[in-house]
Design a protein around this ligand. Structure first.
Ligand SMILES: Nc1ncnc2c1ncn2[C@@H]1O[C@H](COP(=O)(O)OP(=O)(O)OP(=O)(O)O)[C@@H](O)[C@H]1O
Ligand SMILES: [Mg+2]
Length: 208
């Protein structure tokens, strides 16, 4: 039996992560893999409550945001991700720890070192086996999600914040180049799905 794998999707607002998730699931179905799909922040009841605080508080200090992100992630890892992996299922997560490098490390300017320290403490060995970064000009992504109505606390941030996030994501993708694929997410949904399918097929031997 193949080893259970943790696949994560990253990218800034409206990059197309949730859309890409469907493409990944289609491929895993084709490979006849048993898997669960989950998301961050959230993925289980307590973590979803923390998500509400993260997205809907009037104000949060950057360090509070970092701690809450990792608090919710710890619940997610212990209650959902680890049990699934241990039972032989694969896990596909719509965002994971690299979102903290991007949002708190880059966006909030807490730096990679601070996030790395939390990463080692909370995530430890439960690292993603493979990550797809949906790379997009933040302005294009924000434009895509405008029609959703009321923007949450993060979506209301200024453009420079989102450019710092995009830059930090690219930096993390370079650091972890051996397990990252960067997708040009500005292309059409069809083209993006095809690119994901190709990337997954290229990883197949490594993952299975
Ligand atoms: N390649 C694409 N081209 C045009 N529109 C897209 C593309 N991918 C997704 N969309 C649309 O953009 C919107 C945002 O997509 P999606 O929800 O997948 O992004 P997301 O990265 O998950 O966003 P969020 O950060 O808010 O979770 C949706 O309406 C979706 O249909
Ligand atoms: Mg989404």
């Amino acid at each position: 039996m193949s080893k259970s794998r943790l696949i994560t999707l990253e990218g800034s607002e409206g990059a197309g992560k949730t859309t890409a998730l469907k493409a990944i699931c289609k491929i895993l179905d084709k490979w006849q893999i048993e898997y669960i799909c989950t998301r961050e922040p959230g993925g289980e009841p307590t973590a979803e409550k923390i998500r509400e605080i993260l997205l809907n508080s009037d104000h949060l200090h950057a360090k509070t945001e970092l701690l809450l992100m990792f608090a919710s992630r710890n619940e997610h890892i212990e209650n959902v991700i680890k049990p699934a992996l241990e039972s032989g299922k694969w896990v596909v997560s719509d965002r994971y720890v690299d979102a903290s490098y991007a949002y708190q490390g880059g966006g909030r300017e807490l730096g990679f070192e601070t996030v790395k320290w939390m990463d080692e403490f909370i995530v430890g060995k439960t690292q993603a086996d493979y990550t797809i970064l949906m790379d997009i000009d933040p302005q294009v992504g924000l434009e895509r999600i405008k029609i959703r109505g009321q923007a949450d606390r993060i979506e209301q941030e200024s453009l420079p914040f989102f450019y710092r996030i995009a830059k930090a994501y690219r930096r993390k993708a370079k650091i972890d180049a051996h397990k990252y694929t960067v997708i040009d997410a500005s292309k059409s949904i069809l083209k993006v799905s095809q690119a994901i399918e190709q990337a997954m097929d290229e990883q197949k031997e490594k993952l299975l």
